[in-house]
Structures are given as structure tokens and as C-alpha cells.
Design a protein around this ligand. Structure first.
Ligand code: GAR
Length: 210
């Protein structure tokens, strides 16, 4: 069974989906620790309820990003993770951090990458007149929101939508695809080869598995 460490900054609904999938046996893994850079992140309560270590590492207590990421590495590595999962962890990571976990570092992003990297993705998609939007799970590389995509899910955008209604629709899909990708990883079916992702040894397209 794989050991999984999850990094969060907020509500942790994706963390919850992964915890549920682990306890249901859908994922052959165990979330051993949840780290948050914010002390008030609700996801910490979810972690405690599931019996995982709930750890706060406040970035404001460190002089710079490099020192913080080094402390993160040291804390994460105490749990000897096979996989590190970013689930709404709203921090830019140093290349040193990314390199340390290369091939075992996943992120979920609320857009159909490579579209709408960065923040406020739902509003930007609405403002651009998109009729389709979604979310992507990808391996993390040093390029922000730029690593190889493993799986995407699409949702429609309707004329009456606002950022909240779209976010809700995207969240529902996130809770489907993130546990599935973590399941694949824990089954040893996923690999990263620099800027490419492979499933069962087969190269995935730029949009991931389809
Ligand atoms: C999710 O929608 C995730 O895609 C997004 O934060 C939300 C966290 O929700 N991540 C990013 O924007 C990363 N750039 P959650 O705390 O309920 O899982």
C-alpha cells in the first residue's frame, strides 16, 4: 500500500474525495499526512477525522520561499511518501522542491490546460466566452501549471453561469478524476518521463488520457 502526503490551503474537498477513495479500497494507498500552509484550512479537520497527521507549516514564519520549501521537504519526508498530492495548495513551488519529488508529484488545476494557467480560471473562461471548461490532473514540473497532463474532465458553461456555478460544476468533476489518477499511480500504472506522462507504458497525448 502506497503512502500519500497531501498538501492543501483550504477546504480540502479534493482531499476528502481521495480519503474516501482510500477508505473504500478504490485507491490502494493511505493518506499518512496532510500539510497546510494555512492554520484555518478546513481540510485539516478532514485529515484528523480520517486519522491522518494534520500539520500546519505557515509560510509567513520563513524568511523566503527557498527556506519554506526546504522545511516542507523535511516535514513531508518524515512520512516517506510514495506520492505527494497537491490539492488546492496555493503556493508556487521552487524548482528544488519539484525536482525532489519528480515523478511522484501530482496537481489538480481548475481549467482545461494549457488554457487558463494561474488564478481566477472560471471567471477568465466566462469572460473569454468559452462554452466549455474543466479541470486537469497533471504531473508537476518546474513550469507553473505546465507539467504533462494525465486526465481532464470537461464541463459546459451556460449563458446564465457565474464563476460560482462554474466552480461547483468543475469541483464535481475534480472529485471524480483526482481519485482515479491517484488510483492509477498507486497501481504503478503511471510514470513521468520529463515532460511526458505515460499510462501503462503508453505515452499520453497533450490532453492526457482520452
Ligand atoms: C480546486 O478547485 C483546485 O483545482 C484548485 O483549488 C481548489 C481546491 O479546492 N487548485 C488551484 O487553483 C491550483 N492552482 P478544495 O480545497 O476544495 O480541494
Amino acid at each position: 500500500m502506497k503512502s500519500i502526503v497531501v498538501l492543501i490551503s483550504g477546504s480540502g474537498s479534493n482531499l476528502q474525495a481521495i480519503l474516501d477513495a482510500c477508505s473504500a479500497g478504490f485507491i490502494d494507498g493511505k493518506v499518512t499526512a496532510v500539510l497546510s500552509n494555512k492554520a484555518n484550512a478546513y481540510g485539516l479537520e478532514r485529515a484528523k477525522k480520517a486519522g491522518a497527521a494534520a500539520i500546519v507549516l505557515d509560510h509567513k514564519a520563513y524568511p523566503d520561499r527557498a527556506c519554506y520549501d526546504q522545511a516542507l521537504i523535511e516535514t513531508i519526508d518524515q512520512h516517506q511518501p510514495d506520492l505527494v498530492v497537491l490539492a488546492g495548495f496555493m503556493r508556487i513551488l521552487t524548482p528544488e522542491f519539484v525536482q525532489h519529488y519528480q515523478g511522484r508529484l501530482l496537481n489538480i488545476h481548475p481549467s482545461l490546460l494549457p488554457k487558463y494557467q494561474g488564478l481566477n480560471t472560471h471567471q477568465r473562461a466566462i469572460d473569454a466566452g468559452e462554452t466549455e471548461h474543466g479541470c486537469s490532473v497533471h504531473f508537476v514540473t518546474a513550469e507553473l501549471d505546465g507539467g504533462p497532463v494525465i486526465l481532464q474532465a470537461k464541463v459546459p458553461i451556460f449563458p446564465e453561469d457565474d464563476a460560482d456555478t462554474v466552480a461547483e460544476r468543475v469541483h464535481e468533476q475534480e472529485h471524480r478524476i483526482y481519485p482515479l489518477v491517484v488510483r492509477w499511480f498507486c497501481q504503478n500504472r503511471l510514470q513521468q518521463q520529463s515532460d511526458k506522462a505515460l499510462l501503462d507504458g503508453l505515452l499520453l497525448s497533450d490532453h492526457g488520457y482520452a
